[in-house]
Design a protein around this ligand. Structure first.
Ligand code: GMT
Length: 375
């Protein structure tokens, strides 16, 4: 198939999933066209099966907001015609599903029919999409998609609860390329980050309020009172400075490393002992799955789809959102006993096998085939 993929090209989970999906589909013989405003971060290799088409939005002073949807829908029309793209798979409803619908309507005028598959990722439904300013347009574009998928059961339930959806929603879980998470990195530089007796606690996100970074820091603060530990904070975002100040106030700045955006997530995870994800809401928690695939147990909140990924008492522990005492208690339970830590590490890795890309990607292929067959 010739498949157009629309996504956010940034470090966020939806862009990562869309990119990894496109790359795997290309390995399975499909021709993939990424259509977005920047080359996706994890898209390194372009070849005859993987193409990237940039959406340009020229600045014009009359516009207070530059019309990205318009530019995207025009680009989709051009690329579908030029490359004979058969199906469009848009990741994140806003504004991608909306722009794809406009492109589809324009193409119908030229007797070209291209169906749309929309994948809902989380904040497009829970935080942003359900806002009254966007809700009618998001409801409309989900209902007008030819197929809709959600990355967890929890996100499907949220979507049905928050919107008036007439379409069937297929749950297709996020996935992981397990071969990238082999635990035998020889260049794993643990000794540069921490002393031998120190435990390494890691958090990776876009450091936005929804991630509750203050809980990450409080849990870490409680852990390091009981045993030697370092905190690795990976990512960049709006709460970073405030968190810097909190670390100073608590007197733990020398124990916290801010990495910023990193392309070396696998290496950082490979020397980590525990991953923290206390999010307010999370449709899936791809970062937790990446940690588990690296054999890192997860201490998380029980929000949204996280319990579908992190199995309580097996790959880590779940607590209510904001219950930092329970999170710290659970973290210390795992970290304070080497045998127990090893068991949790093995369990975490084993649980991640459920999300192997080789079992999930064919589910998307089937959805494409069924959608094309219906049209
Ligand atoms: O977590 C974020 O804020 C980024 C966001 C995104 O759109 O990239 O992540 C969402 O999609 C990921 C991939 O499907 C999920 O793993 C994340 O749980 C989800 N984030 C939220 O629901 C907050």
């Amino acid at each position: 198939m010739k498949i157009g993929i629309v996504c956010y090209p940034t470090f966020g989970g939806s862009g990562v999933v869309a990119t990894e999906l496109g790359l795997e589909l290309s390995k399975r013989g499909h021709e993939i066209h990424f259509i977005t405003y920047k080359q996706p971060v994890r898209l390194e290799l372009l070849n005859n099966k993987v193409h990237y088409h940039e959406v340009n939005v020229p600045e014009y002073p009359l516009f207070h907001y530059q019309p990205y949807e318009l530019a995207l829908s025009s680009k989709l029309v051009d690329m579908v015609k030029l490359h004979k793209i058969e199906i469009l798979h848009v990741h994140y409803a806003i504004p991608h599903a909306y722009a794809a619908y406009m492109a589809k309507k324009m193409l119908i005028e030229e007797n070209i029919y291209v169906p749309i598959v929309t994948t809902l990722h989380g904040t497009d439904i829970t935080l942003v999409g359900s806002h009254p300013f966007y809700k009618p347009a998001v409801t409309f574009s989900i209902n007008k998609s030819d197929a809709v998928t959600a990355v967890s059961k929890s996100l499907k339930e949220d979507t049905l609860r928050l919107f008036d959806i007439k379409n069937e929603i297929h749950v297709v879980s996020n996935f992981i390329d397990l071969s990238k998470y082999k635990q035998n990195f020889t260049d794993c530089q643990r000794s540069m980050m921490a002393d031998n007796d120190e435990k390494i606690i890691t958090h990776i996100s876009n450091l936005r309020p929804v991630k509750r970074i203050e809980d990450v820091i409080t849990v870490f603060y409680n852990i390091q009172k009981e045993l030697p530990a370092k905190l690795m904070l990976v990512g960049e975002g709006p709460v970073r400075e405030k968190m810097d100040c909190l670390c100073q106030e608590l007197g733990i700045s020398d124990k916290v490393v801010f990495f910023g955006k990193s392309n070396e997530i696998h290496k950082i995870l490979c020397f980590s002992d525990l991953f923290l994800l206390p999010s307010q809401t999370e449709s899936f928690g791809l970062a937790a799955l990446e940690a588990m695939a690296s054999g890192v147990p997860v201490i998380s909140s029980n929000a949204g789809g996280i319990p579908e990924v992190n199995v309580h008492g097996v790959s880590g522990y779940l607590s209510n959102v904001g219950d930092v005492d329970d999170m710290a208690k659970n973290a210390l339970h795992i970290l304070s006993d080497e045998t127990r830590l090893k068991t949790f590490k093995n369990n975490a890795r084993k649980e991640s096998f459920k999300y192997d890309l080789h079992s999930i990607v064919p589910q998307y292929e089937k959805i494409y085939q069924d959608t094309l067959a219906k049209c």
